[in-house]
Design a protein around this ligand. Structure first.
Ligand SMILES: Nc1ncnc2c1ncn2[C@@H]1O[C@H](COP(=O)(O)OS(=O)(=O)O)[C@@H](OP(=O)(O)O)[C@H]1O
Length: 357
């Protein structure tokens, strides 16, 4: 494994001007930056700013309010949680929503942030043998103290033979998550959607930028020292992409054959192919095929011809597929060099060349 040198005592910005007001302004900016763009030592849980709603409360009522409030705004089309649809009298599909029981998930999409996790979950929900919770429960990182019963309550009801799923992309970089999931069940199937770590970092940055337009440039956050080209590995956008290191932690608790790696790039170029692998991994009949997808030219992504529980075409919302800022090719090259040894190690560990180098 390549060594990872992390300088946690990052040099503080010191203003040269003697004007107090300027220093205060600089300090305020530094505060804002550190709040929005956490620089963390390795293995500290990264509380990232996700597009998707997440569960942050121990109160069931509050939780429902939060999800409902969210559903009302941003990602209405992406969130088709159980109980959300108005019952259609006589329709077996809505009738069956009331049957069955809530079970702990047998399969979890554990990462990675900005890898394509929402697309994968929404595509999988088309399968009649998969039921998934729409919001990110964040149980194994933020809400663990609420207990397994709380977690189970969040799940949709399933019938015999159906698989319960959830997705929370921050699990992959949460040190405690593998042990906690293995305590729930050592048989849990784990799915990781991985994407070129450089594009992933830019996507992550783009998301933060869309909410906070005043943050520094990607370039200035990437380097500790632009002249020497030293990368700031304590910036979460960089750190999340060191997949080999995070995977090592999971392998202390789960065998490799219980983890499936989905290519975020192929999920876009060949969604049916990747979905075929996922259905095999979950032991399900290959029901989701290329017949379910069409390429939407305007969106620039594959979309569903018919979403789960609907007869209408469905693309993910506008928070997916944002335009990325142009990053100077020299910076991208430096990042290529930085990630190469970690990527190689990751290819070796997974037995799969993802073609990022
Ligand atoms: N079919 C389809 N439609 C839209 N977007 C798609 C699709 N497949 C993959 N992607 C890529 O998913 C990226 C967002 O990843 P996540 O859903 O994992 O993001 S998050 O961590 O939940 O915020 C998102 O990243 P950005 O393009 O940077 O926005 C997309 O590139």
């Amino acid at each position: 494994m390549p060594s990872l040198v992390v300088d946690n005592n990052r040099r503080k910005e010191t203003g040269t001007g003697s004007v107090v007001g300027k220093r205060t302004e600089n300090n305020a900016r530094a505060d804002l930056v550190s709040r929005l763009l956490p620089r963390l030592p390795p293995w500290v849980d990264i509380e990232s700013d996700y597009d998707e709603p997440s569960v942050r409360t121990s109160s069931r009522d509050l939780l429902n309010k939060e999800i409902d409030a969210y559903r009302g705004v941003e990602d209405r089309g992406e969130m088709r949680g159980e109980g959300q649809r108005a019952p259609e009298p006589g329709a077996m599909s809505s009738f069956s929503n009331d049957l069955g029981s809530k079970k702990l998930p047998q399969a979890i999409i554990i990462g990675v942030k900005k890898g394509g996790t929402r697309a994968l979950l929404e595509f999988l929900r088309v399968h009649p043998d998969i039921r998934a919770v729409g919001a990110e429960p964040h149980f194994f990182d933020r809400n663990y103290e609420n207990g397994l019963e709380w977690y189970r309550e969040l799940m949709p009801k399933t019938l015999e033979g159906q698989i319960t799923m959830e997705k929370t992309p921050s699990y992959f970089v949460t040190r405690e998550a593998p042990a906690r999931i293995s305590v729930m069940s050592r048989d849990t199937k784990l799915i990781v959607v991985v994407r070129d770590p450089i594009t992933r970092a830019i996507s992550d940055y783009t998301q933060t930028l869309s909410k906070n337009p005043d943050i520094p440039t990607f370039e200035s956050l990437t380097f500790k020292n632009r002249t020497t080209g030293l990368i700031d590995t304590s910036w979460s956008a960089i750190q999340i992409g060191i997949y080999a290191k995070h995977l090592d932690n999971w392998l202390q608790y789960f065998p490799m054959d219980q983890i499936l790696f989905v290519s975020g790039e192929r999920l876009i170029s060949d969604p049916a192919g990747e979905l075929g692998r996922v259905q095999d991994f979950l032991g399900l009949k290959r029901i989701i095929t290329d017949k379910h997808f069409y390429f939407n030219q305007t969106k620039g992504f594959p979309c569903l011809k018919k979403a789960e529980g609907s007869s209408k075409p469905h693309c993910l919302g506008k928070t997916k597929g944002r335009t990325h800022p142009n990053i100077h090719p020299e910076v991208v090259q430096r990042l290529r060099d930085f990630y190469r040894p970690f990527n190689m190690k990751f290819y070796q560990m997974t037995g799969h060349n993802f073609g990022w180098d």
